[in-house]
Design a protein around this ligand. Sequence first.
Ligand code: CP
Length: 317
Amino acid sequence: MAITLPANVTATPANTRNLLGAEDLSRAEIEWLLERGRFYKPQRNEPPKKLDTLRGRSIVNLFFEPSTRTRTSFEIAAKRLGADTIGIQTQGSSLSKGESLVDTLNTLAAMSPDAIVMRHAASGAPHFLSRYLSTPMINAGDGRHEHPTQALLDAFTILEVKDTLEGLRVAIIGDISHSRVARSNVHLLAKFGAAIVLCGPATMVSGNMAGIAPGVTLTYDMNEAVADADVIMMLRVQLERQNVEIFPKSEYFQFYGLTLEHLKPAKPDAIVLHPGPINRGRELSNEVADSQRSMILNQVENGVAIRMAVLEWVCGG
Ligand code: CP
């Protein structure tokens, strides 16, 4: 459907800094963001840093899809940098009265926030809108396309344990086709020389995913994917993006759910990641989710530090 832009909408000034996808980030930019994340992460037994970096700035958190981790961590990150935050969800906004997305974004931009963090079900929505807004835009997840801050916090978490991404064997397992987390991680990890294996049922792994970055292979066999893996990244089955059930729920766990038995062919020090929310008994067993190898809560913790770095980067703090 064509979207008519209001006459007063102009192209974005070239100096507006957005974070739309891991694909667009250079290796140097990623390294800078990871380094700033390290600066912002409290050391053991230290209280969280409360800073004035973005004092007087306003951040709008605009979420058109449910979120616990991303929305809360952006909110906490902004507050720790001294910024004011405004949270908007579909229910309670004028979108529910029929206002278009473009009009909503122009309305918010007219109030001069310093950045808009947006999650939307349509792939490319933040990319499209950012072409016409002078307000910096951060993609907090667009459809099945990208979730760049998730990939940054995943890399940050891996680096805390493994020191390097170069040469790591990373198995990404589950509903690859519908996963913005998988896509962003592939783009980011490939820039650092990781060997990435994508695995899931044939109905959830499209063949063209192997072509999006160098060093990516596909398999439908979980044992093959896990063999010698340094990192195993499990994905949520995205039922909200599937019109029909594309793999029987009762058999998914048997073939693609991670158990302690499935972990055996991995490297002895392999770690397990999952972006959350996790579905225990479908994507992974309780024993794996709650094991020493599980980095799931480390990922959540690191999300705050990484999002502080991203807000600083985008707002030019
Ligand atoms: N990983 C992630 O995006 O989680 P939320 O949907 O809870 O934000």
